[in-house]
Design a binder for this molecule. Structure first.
Ligand SMILES: Cc1ncc(C[n+]2csc(CCOP(=O)(O)OP(=O)(O)O)c2C)c(N)n1
Ligand SMILES: [Mg+2]
Length: 344
């Protein structure tokens, strides 16, 4: 399935409602339900974050990966426990898949003292080394060489782990992305780069960002495989990522995967995305990753209305509990504000 551009002309998935999700993922019912659960949890969590932001309980920014659930979940689901995940700001669900708790992520967003960054940050700039999650570096592109460095470490230590990271359609233009890929390819590092092409980089549409047909076409310049996948189809994303992970684990080097999605919200909560044509949102709404997958699971008899109700109740209970605990938790003492902010 994954081939270099010269051998295959992977098609960019257009937002058509007709596209059928493929079931041949090698996953059994429990795996399929897990994908669904994590996508629902991601959306539920981010909706909670946006509500808390509107209530003035979150300072700074509040980001959402609405529309990106299939990409974040399908990709991280292809990783094993000992693999490394370097997620970006649209990949909240990937943290959950890798084992992060709802409470830890809630504490982090509410900048509490007992959060992963001890209240120094209220968005995605956090890590949890115990789960091999290294959360995003704010400077777009900078994380790619860092993730490649982790992949080099895996290779030097003869570990069988692989490293997966993400970049946006806009971030993919940053020079460090090229530097990282140039190194990862020639050193055949166990590295997977997912380019999340969600049509916009803040207010800049992709037409003003690049001229290649598919961002995965760039792989040919590094001599590595590149594939474009429908980023609203969780099983398609999972399949291409699993293949890339297997290649990387075997020592065959990196893969670039372009996952085509739509950023269904503004850049962050402060942005109402006035610059996106309404029609574009309407077209992509028909391909909502969660609704598509839910429909498929219902048709295949994997999901029932009763099971959906039970799962919805469980997600709401988890979110309510985490929100209540986090809101009660203290902020860090102000006299410690400068501690742990700079490297020694
Ligand atoms: C080097 C750099 N330039 C600018 C920014 C400010 N910034 C943060 S996110 C963003 C848009 C990124 O767009 P894209 O890479 O397409 O990712 P998306 O937000 O669409 O997922 C910008 C300009 C930054 N963080 N780093
Ligand atoms: Mg983008």
């Amino acid at each position: 399935m994954i081939t270099t551009k010269s051998k295959s002309q992977a098609k960019v998935a257009k937002p058509e409602t007709k596209t059928r999700i493929h079931l041949n993922s090698g996953l059994k019912a429990d795996g399929l339900l897990k994908l669904y659960y994590y996508m629902r949890l991601m959306r539920g969590f981010e909706d909670s974050i946006l509500r808390l932001y509107q209530q003035g309980k979150i300072v700074g920014g509040a980001y959402s990966g609405n529309g990106n659930e299939a990409t974040a979940i399908g990709s991280a689901f292809a990783l094993e426990k000992d693999d490394y995940l370097f997620p970006m700001h649209r990949d909240m669900g990937a943290h959950f898949v890798k084992g992060e708790s709802v409470l830890n992520l809630m504490l982090q967003h509410l900048a509490r003292e007992n959060s992963l960054t001890r209240g120094r940050d209220g968005t995605g700039h956090y890590s949890d080394p115990s789960l091999r999650i290294y959360g995003n570096i704010s400077h777009l592109g900078a994380m790619v060489p860092v993730a490649c460095g982790a992949a080099l470490a895996c290779k030097l230590r003869k570990e069988k782990s692989v490293v997966m990271t993400y970049i946006g359609d806009g971030g993919a233009s940053v020079g460090e992305v090229h530097e990282g890929l140039a190194m990862a390819s020639v050193m055949r590092l166990p590295f997977i780069l997912i380019i999340e092409n969600n049509q916009y980089a803040y207010s800049t549409p992709t037409a003003k960002q690049f001229l290649v047909k598919h961002l995965s076409d760039r792989a040919v310049g590094y001599g590595i495989p590149g594939v474009t996948v429908d980023g609203t189809d969780v099983l398609a994303v999972f399949r291409v990522c699993r293949e890339a992970v297997e290649r990387a684990r075997k020592g065959d080097g990196p893969t670039i995967i372009e996952s085509v999605t739509m950023r269904m919200h503004g850049h962050a909560a402060h942005d109402n995305a006035w610059y996106v044509p309404k029609k574009q949102f309407e077209e992509w709404k028909k391909k909502d990753p969660i609704e598509r997958f839910e429909k498929l699971l219902m048709t295949e008899g994997v999901l029932t209305e009763a099971k959906k109700k039970e799962l919805t109740k469980d997600i709401h209970a988890q979110l309510d509990e985490a929100t209540n605990i986090a809101l009660e938790a203290p902020y860090p003492p102000s006299e410690q504000a400068a501690e742990g902010v700079y490297a020694e």
